[in-house]
Ligand binder design. Structure first.
Ligand code: TRP
Length: 332
């Protein structure tokens, strides 16, 4: 039997190159050898967009198209909508008994996010947002997933899931599958502004669907070594955002670029121009695939509808086992 992969994205915006190198490209590669489930996590997106349902709704299709653009083949992978799988919500309730408030408050990713969303969670964070790692554990275990391809920021969620699985199996008997995280090629991609993380809500991202002009404009403004002003100033590639992108999109030339930059033989403007060209040509085939689906919205809907049906079947099998283990299997 094939091992199972589950991963997903929040539909709170289009996906960017951080998602691409963190998880999307890994999924596309592994879909040949694993039973692959890709979730559009609309329920999770609502945890910090609850006043903005239209935003979440309108990004569902975008996120699906970004996955298809990255090479996800709907014949091989199952793409589905989280809110259409009520079994996930049920599991979330059951798991809530196994997680303490202080455990949730210690989650480093959630902590950072609460800080970033200070405006939204002025006085106090919602129960739903603080608890989303429990819901994510339900996402993962509902599909008995073995491997979770994610970026580094998601490691605390996988750890939370492992805790829940161990506790559940210990109390109710061996039922749930223990998952493992699988980090992508670049588990953390810097933002254009030099922020440690590229993020939808941080306004520092290059999107998979960005046009040539937009990419050129963004790269021009990207943060470099602030002490390197003239071409012959010696630069520090290790702290330069532009260099970190060369390491992704222009692998064959990174050594050369590093030496030139360090010895004062390379200007930032030229370096940025070369980078833009590499990004644009890397994204070209992805954008071509994306365009195919953009022109066929009914096909995208059909992929989601078929995928959701298949996913629901899988999740209901797990829920049945869980209820039996918890002595909640009263009658058919
Ligand atoms: N938290 C993930 C993100 O912000 C999205 C997600 C939801 C997810 N459920 C998941 C990722 C299950 C992996 C597995 O991008």
């Amino acid at each position: 039997m094939k091992k199972i992969i589950l991963t997903g994205d929040r539909p709170s915006g289009k996906l960017h190159i951080g998602h691409l190198f963190g998880s999307l490209l890994t999924r596309a590669k592994l879909q040949n050898d694993y039973e692959t489930y890709i979730m559009v996590a609309d329920v999770q997106a609502l945890t910090d967009n609850f006043s903005n349902p239209e935003k979440v709704r309108s990004n569902v299709r975008e996120v699906v198209m970004d996955n298809l653009a990255a090479g996800i083949d709907p014949k091989k992978s199952t793409i589905f909508i989280q809110s259409m799988i009520p079994e996930i919500a049920e599991l979330t309730v059951f798991y809530s008994n196994l997680v303490t408030i202080s455990r949730l408050q210690r989650n480093p990713t959630v902590k950072t996010e609460i800080k970033q969303k200070a405006k939204l969670f002025k006085d106090s964070v919602t129960y739903g947002f603080l608890g989303y790692p429990i819901s994510q554990s339900a996402d993962i275990t509902a599909f008995a997933a073995d491997l979770i391809p994610v970026g580094e920021d998601q490691l605390p969620m996988i750890e939370q899931t492992t805790d829940i699985v161990k506790k559940f199996n210990n109390i109710y008997g061996e039922t749930l599958t223990l998952p493992k995280a699988l980090l992508g090629e670049a588990p953390r991609v810097k933002g254009l502004d030099g922020n440690a993380k590229m993020g939808k809500s941080l306004n520092n991202a290059i999107y998979i669907s960005d046009t040539k002009e937009v990419i050129e404009g963004k790269v021009k403004k990207a943060l470099t070594d602030s002490q390197k002003i003239r071409i012959d100033d010696k630069g520090r590639p290790e702290i330069c955002t532009v260099y970190s992108y060369h390491q992704l999109f222009n692998k064959e030339n990174t050594e050369k670029i590093k030496k030139e930059c360090q010895s004062g033989g390379r200007g930032c403007a030229q370096c940025k121009k070369e980078l833009s060209e590499k990004i644009i040509s890397f994204l070209e085939p992805l954008q071509k695939r994306r365009k195919y689906y953009e022109e066929r919205p009914n096909l995208v809907d059909k992929i989601l509808k078929d995928g959701t049906k298949k996913a629901r079947k899988k999740a209901s099998e797990t829920l049945k086992k869980v209820k039996k283990a918890m002595r909640l299997d009263y009658f058919e």
